[in-house]
Structures are given as structure tokens and as C-alpha cells.
Design a protein around this ligand. Structure first.
Ligand SMILES: O=C(O)CCC(=O)C(=O)O
Length: 208
């Protein structure tokens, strides 16, 4: 392990390390336009399978409903939420601290999505309620199966596609939550389960 790899679980306790790269050495930033960017950080977290198994078992998944075009519909995924980061598993608290140190935003809550298979999805949206500042930084950690993550201009147009693997981070920055819309589409190719961990900051939920 390098100095840059922050251990989140000890090997003696678990038989496997879960670590994050505090240097974000593999980060690759794509500028969507003059104001918005997406950063892909391949392999940011090691031990992703162990964390996936733990969350799948213990996250407290719930089925939510939401309003779509005036109809209350069952969301095509399961969700778990920690309004207070201190109630989240320590691994995720430590991951949030590493993200806060790197991006200069205090991530103090999070929600998780469980895509049970390729039929589950997240439609085009911006994270409006949790990002009321003009510029925000929103990290999403992927665990489990790889799924496509798309982002396209709010006004419409071509989408940019990312395919985060287990342990990868995708970070949306700048005006991504207003000028852009993102989604995880359903797919025809069969897929195993995927969990996304979405880090949120109370500070970003307040307008500047
Ligand atoms: O699962 C993902 O990668 C993104 C999830 C997302 O956009 C959301 O929950 O708002």
C-alpha cells in the first residue's frame, strides 16, 4: 500500500483492505463546456467487492415512489439514505472525508442506489434539491456491475458516456446539475446488481 492509499478497514479485522487513493492519481477530467466538467477516477477505491457485499446486505434498502408526469410511480431501483453521515458505515464516512479534503466541499450526507439488474435505471435529471449553488461538485462511487452513466445538455443534444467499473468515482462539477442532465439508462444486455454511492453536502443545498 502506498502512503496515498488511506485504509478504511484493517486487513487483520477483515482479511481484505478497503482503501481510497487520497491522491486521486488516476483522475481524468472531461470539460463538457466552459462551466461544467466530469471527472472519472478509475480504481479510486480498492476492496470494492467487499464493500459492495456489505452494503447489499446491510444498507437498509427501501422501495421509493415518485411523481412522474402527475402519476405516482414505483422507482426502478432501491434506495438507502443517510441524512447524517455519522449513521453511515465507517468506510463511507472515511471516503466522504477523503472527498471533502480533495474537492474542498464538506460531504456530510449520502444516498445509495441499488440497481438490481439491467431493468433498473435512473432517468434524466439534475440533483436539484441537493445542489442549489450555481457551481457544485457531486461525487458518485460505483460498486458492483458496470453500467453506463450518461450526461447531456439540459436543452438537449448529444450525451457523453462513461462506464464506471467497481471502485471507480465519477464526479460532476461546475454547472452539471443545472446546465446538464444525467442518467443511468436501462439496458437490454443482462447485468448483475450495481450500487452507486452519492455524496451530498448541506453547504451545496443552500443557494450562494
Ligand atoms: O447511479 C448513478 O451513477 C447516479 C445516480 C443519480 O444520479 C442519482 O441518484 O441522482
Amino acid at each position: 500500500m502506498t502512503d496515498a492509499a488511506l485504509p478504511l478497514f484493517g486487513a487483520a479485522e477483515t482479511g481484505a483492505h478497503v482503501t481510497v487513493d487520497s491522491m486521486f492519481a488516476t483522475a481524468h477530467r472531461v470539460h463538457l463546456d466552459a462551466h461544467s466538467w466530469v471527472e472519472h477516477v478509475p480504481g479510486w477505491l480498492t476492496g470494492a467487492d467487499r464493500l459492495f457485499d456489505e452494503l447489499l446486505q446491510d444498507a437498509g434498502w427501501e422501495q421509493r415512489r415518485s411523481w412522474v408526469y402527475g402519476e405516482r410511480t414505483v422507482e426502478p431501483r432501491l434506495t438507502a439514505e443517510h441524512h447524517d453521515l455519522t449513521t453511515a458505515p465507517e468506510t463511507l464516512q472515511d471516503a466522504a472525508r477523503a472527498l471533502s479534503a480533495h474537492y474542498g466541499v464538506t460531504y456530510d450526507r449520502l444516498w445509495l442506489n441499488l440497481y438490481r439488474d439491467h431493468h433498473d435505471s435512473t432517468g434524466w435529471h439534475g440533483d436539484g434539491a441537493s445542489t442549489r449553488r450555481r457551481e457544485c461538485v457531486v461525487p458518485v462511487l460505483s460498486l458492483g456491475a458496470a453500467r453506463r452513466f450518461l450526461i447531456r445538455p439540459t436543452a438537449g443534444g448529444r450525451s457523453s458516456s462513461f462506464r464506471p467499473l467497481a471502485g471507480d468515482l465519477v464526479v460532476m462539477g461546475g454547472r452539471c446539475q443545472t446546465d446538464w442532465r444525467h442518467s443511468v439508462p436501462k439496458q437490454t444486455a443482462p447485468s448483475g446488481p450495481r450500487i452507486s454511492v452519492n455524496f451530498a453536502a448541506t453547504s451545496q443545498a443552500r443557494p450562494d
